[in-house]
Design a binder for this molecule. Structure first.
Ligand code: NAD
Length: 409
């Protein structure tokens, strides 16, 4: 690591201070960091905040969130507080099943081959399960398969899909290993050639469904309820709005995922491909009024997370965060993340449908601006408060104020 840093210092003209900053791996010991990815020079730290008030399936949680964006942790905590009035979040799941795909091309009789492969299901599943006796002993493993013929620009392809119960693992390595192992059998049966053997991140057999009732008084009145339902209708009808609607959900989901050492790219890919599964891009949540005119929110999305394997088991901070959550299984983590996603969406829509997002956000943003303009320590709050009082929450103003303060000194 030190050699790489020295090289980098020369290459990019880094100061000694910058080298020290980059080389600091924070709560992640450097020898672990150095083995997690390649060409490691140091660490990249994010703030870790704790969201409060979460009541999920009758259990209280303090929820670790790692992210750079102000107001997300506050918004989640506040939304969870409102959800508590009517009993918190109820979350269910479809089990931890991931899909592994085997792509077969150049098959002389694709439909005939598909039938033959399906007839060999038992043997194929047995071959897959031979690869992971550990997973099988825990009740997981390849449970079923599906064969489909798809038309592509390169002609028909036979796609074999393995359905693997991954237990407490995210499962990508486990599923990929199984897909690779059964590929020669698929080639033999189909008389075709296998190319890709890989997990699908459209994890639609590993869904969480979260729901919560938000009391109309606690959230600000019937007009706000109506505004949120209108906001949902907007997202449902318009992909430009829907992208931001779903981004708000991912603010919560990804922050918890990062804190717990999860594969955030897998979660993003799963979320957005699931949102587009009908062919149109749709919201991952729904919002409506119930007969008492309270607001009812639901969220349904793939949540491929694990507590064994990946960074969850290696990163000391991730391990500590999993302990804070008091998790017993990967499914429990998925359910908490579903609740956080729903809470985050509620908070954003509530702000948008009432005072607008900027009022709450800009106060926190003012502090970020002050810091990026060079304010240090107590200066940050002094400058942020001044900008808020002046209603000039802008980078140029922050810069002027930093200069003013340093001149006074
Ligand atoms: P892994 O292989 O490290 O761990 C899973 C294994 O742990 C299982 O196969 C099983 O043998 C064992 N195990 C022990 N206790 C278990 C339990 N209680 N439940 C289940 N399994 C248990 O990791 P993984 O979860 O298979 O793979 C995750 C990693 O793969 C992540 O780091 C991810 O980033 C990466 N990855 C992702 C993709 C993708 O999403 N497209 C592709 C390749 C790799």
């Amino acid at each position: 690591m030190q050699d790489r840093l020295k090289l980098l210092q020369k290459l990019a003209g880094l100061t000694d201070e910058e080298v020290v900053t980059l080389g600091n791996t924070g709560g992640l010991p450097s020898d672990i960091a150095n083995r997690m990815i390649e060409n490691v020079v140091g660490g990249m730290t994010l703030p870790l905040g704790m969201a409060t008030n979460f009541l999920v399936n009758g259990k209280d949680y303090v929820v670790p969130m790692a992210l750079e964006e102000p107001s997300v942790v506050a918004a989640a905590s506040n939304a969870a507080k409102i959800a508590r009035v009517k009993g918190g979040f109820k979350v269910t799941n479809t089990g931890p099943v991931m899909i592994g795909q085997i792509q077969t091309v150049g098959v002389p009789d694709p439909n005939g081959a598909a039938k033959k492969i399906a007839a060999k299901k038992k043997e194929l599943l047995a071959k897959a399960n031979e690869q992971d006796p550990m997973l099988v002993s825990l009740g997981g493993g390849a449970k079923d398969l599906n064969v489909k013929v798809i038309e592509t620009i390169k002609g028909p392809m036979v796609i074999v899909e393995l359905f693997v119960n991954c237990g407490d693992a995210m499962g990508a390595n486990a599923v990929n290993t199984m897909a690779e192992a059964v590929a020669p059998m698929v080639e033999e049966i189909s008389a075709g050639r296998v190319y890709l053997r890989i997990i699908s991140n459209l994890a639609d057999k590993r869904l969480v469904r979260a729901t919560a009732v938000f009391d109309k008084e606690a959230l600000g009145g019937e007009e706000v309820v109506e505004g949120i339902v209108y906001a949902y209708a907007f997202a449902d009808a318009d992909p430009y709005r829907c992208a931001t609607h779903n981004k708000g959900i991912m603010n919560g989901v990804i922050a918890v995922a990062l804190a717990c050492g999860q594969d955030t790219r897998a979660l993003e890919a799963g979320a957005h491909s699931y949102a587009a599964r009908s062919g149109a891009y749709k919201p991952l949540t729904t919002w409506k009024e119930n007969k008492d005119r309270d607001l009812v929110g639901t969220l349904e999305m793939p949540m491929a997370v694990g507590l064994v394997g990946g960074a969850a088991k290696v990163h000391p901070a991730a391990k500590a965060n999993v302990k804070i959550l008091g998790l017993k299984s990967a499914i429990e983590l998925a359910e908490v993340m579903g609740a956080v996603g729903l809470a985050q969406n509620f908070a954003a829509l509530r702000a948008l449908a009432s005072e607008g997002i900027q009022k709450g956000h800009m106060k926190l943003h003012a502090r970020s601006l002050a810091m990026s303009a060079g304010a240090k320590g107590e200066q940050v709050d002094v400058i942020a408060e001044k900008m808020i009082a002046e209603k000039k929450i802008r980078f140029d103003r922050a810069k002027d104020l930093v200069e003013e303060i340093s001149k006074k000194r």
